[in-house]
Design a protein around this ligand. Sequence first.
Ligand code: HEC
Ligand code: HEC
Ligand code: HEC
Ligand code: HEC
Ligand code: HEC
Length: 652
Amino acid sequence: MSGTFLRCLVLLIALWPVLGLGQEPVFENTMAERTRACSHCHGKQGRAGPDGYYPRLAGKPAAYLYNQLLNFREGRRHYSLMTGLLEPLTDAYLMEMAQYFAGLNLPYPPPTLVAATTPAQLARGKSLVTQGDPQKKIPACISCHGDRLTGALPHVPGLLGLPRDYLNAQLGGWQTGQRRAHGPDCMATIAAQLDRADVSAISHWLAAQTVPADSRPQAQGPVNQATGQANARGCGSAQAPARSNAVVSSGPATSDLSARGAYLARIGNCQGCHTATGGASYAGGRGIETPFGTVYTSNLTADRESGIGAWSPDDFWQAIHEGRSKDQRLLYPAFPYPSFTQLSRADSDALFAFLKTVPAVKQTSWSHALRWPYRTQTALAVWRALYFMPGGNVSKSGPVSVASRGADLVNGLGHCGTCHTPRNMLGASRSALDLQGGMLPMQRWYAPSLRDRQEGGVGDWSLDEVSRWLQTGVSARGVASGPMAQVVLHSTQYLSDDDRLAMATYLRSSQRSSTVPAPQLRASGATLERPPPGTVTNPPAGSKRPLGADLYDTFCKSCHGEQGQGVPDAYPALAGNRTVTMSNPSNLIQTILWGGYSPATERNPRPFGMPPFVLNLSDRELAALSTYLRSSWGNLSAPVTELEVSQAREKP
Ligand code: HEC
Ligand code: HEC
Ligand code: HEC
Ligand code: HEC
Ligand code: HEC
């Protein structure tokens, strides 16, 4: 045994250079490359992290993995680091990832037997799994998970090869409601019947079993003798994704009012704000955090009581144009009516006509959680007297030039200024500082000035580059990330050719030479858990390279390149990248902490991803790494301090 092992080792060492091991990984345009952000935690090829905390993905049924990805994105399972990665991706792409991992047939490691297990406990576990306990209404696990416990297609996972801690956590999660599946949630019912001793017996026994050589899930769920149906068929599962998020192709030329409204709703991202995580489209209930408390979005479906089913086009126009509800209540500017007020009546009517076609959903209403005095209508009236003018201050006369159509889109429907214009103490955008950049309220992201070439200005990009960036979120100069990835995903990718050209033209022309000093770095939260495999290696003693350089080589070089040059159309260059060099380092820190994918757009449906490093790097290391990036390869920006990093990890 050990002789064989030694021989293999010798052979491996001899073949090391031939196999290309230990050399720079070569970029390949594959799913393995696209899911490197996942293998960062889930282990190479998704074969699980070493300590059982990060579950195995390889070989599990594709429909099961796909369901889990939807569950994480829609709030039925919770792990914020994964949710953040999945947010800008489409269902179709998640399915492709699921299929990729499902197709990997890798050997399992040998089982682990925990010393404290008693034979009685193991016997109880075995009997529950294979026979269930009719008295306690516990079905045999094998009736759904397959005789060999390797799972059943399409969507029942295997139960072997999972660590005991993981099994305990999942069954416990169902008992407390922390983990949910698509309804009907069979596992929630089953877990509710298990007491602590049962859970422990089951997980001990399961974790001690050897996974059979053929660990693939069986073809179909076993058939229930009584009903003649496959047992697990009644258990909830997600539907297969539509091929893609269909583009609303109706450009400005359409005569169909509601089709035009659907297009405008996309550009205004009404759905993004008016849909709660995992909730029905346009039914509202998403909480928008502001410095004054939380404001909940309204139900825009045609329900007569809780939605806008009883509204007239005039009522709707009053809301869009004047920020007043049907019952005359003044609305909070978390609803971007200070921008939407620039819309024409025709556009408002089109939006209304479209919303009438959205299926009605009844909703209980939420009351905003605002602090006094901000929750009073008087405070709002004062705010509006100071900062709000219906119709804005744009004059619309004469023929509409391409650039002025672009200005309307940016300042009106696109409401780009809600993020890109700095806010004063009362939360109002200061129009004198139009698009000059600002920290997002309650977030640690900085929306760069769109007028300054050092920040987000695109005056020196070609028209084609800007246009492609709006459509795909990626360019050779930088990628749309964090909150901006959402804007590209839900809004700008759908701009018609004419509107995209207009927006790009306006953005290129709106450069100013003066800049405002970058606002103070603000901070907010992170939930820290166990660091993923392959964590920090300290630089060798006596090495003269700066810490940041060693960290770069360890964690970043394999994607972003020896010289920070990146890989075209996959990994952005960091040399000359404004996210790296901008005087405000917030976005740089956010990107390294949380990683992310570029948005999965119609034109770039399978983007590459970056793993989160929040669990790998201390504040000191992250500051050193950022400072290194800001002073290498021709980058010449001020260092990042440990304090700035620690603030960026905290809650606001
Ligand atoms: C920061 C570490 C981390 C990263 C990065 C990460 N995951 Fe996970 N993933 C986890 C953890 C931890 C769990 C288990 C959470 C729980 O206990 O419910 C998990 C669970 C899952 C599950 C459910 C597994 C099961 O058997 O139920 C799937 C599927 C999954 N991840 C896919 C992915 C994909 C795809 C990516 C890349 C886009 C990814 N993960 C990136 C940490 C990570
Ligand atoms: C009626 C069918 C059915 C029965 C019986 C059943 N399961 Fe499940 N089980 C499922 C389905 C379906 C899923 C996938 C749920 C999802 O999509 O999240 C699942 C998932 C699981 C998971 C999550 C696996 C992972 O990788 O995260 C565990 C653990 C589990 N079952 C344990 C058990 C145990 C233990 C028993 C017996 C006491 C049992 N199940 C009996 C249908 C069943
Ligand atoms: C940035 C988030 C955001 C976006 C984008 C957004 N809304 Fe809203 N909207 C809100 C919030 C928050 C409220 C609730 C304000 C309040 O109750 O005072 C609201 C309220 C409304 C109301 C008033 C409903 C009522 O019952 O009084 C209408 C109508 C409305 N939005 C329409 C739209 C349309 C149409 C779009 C797209 C063109 C849109 N919204 C985009 C956040 C948003
Ligand atoms: C698995 C490949 C991979 C690794 C490893 C990786 N990145 Fe990235 N990185 C990406 C991808 C893909 C993007 C673009 C997606 C996005 O928006 O986050 C990106 C984006 C960035 C950006 C933002 C660029 C922009 O234009 O906005 C910065 C800064 C960055 N990475 C720094 C780092 C640092 C520092 C490390 C090491 C700690 C690192 N990356 C490790 C793949 C990687
Ligand atoms: C929800 C807040 C938000 C909204 C709304 C928003 N942005 Fe951004 N934008 C950001 C953030 C944050 C960044 C910095 C991250 C990045 O570089 O992707 C950014 C970056 C940018 C950049 C710099 C790109 C680069 O690579 O240097 C441009 C250009 C831009 N946004 C244009 C727009 C336009 C046009 C709109 C309106 C259609 C818009 N933004 C709406 C938050 C927002």
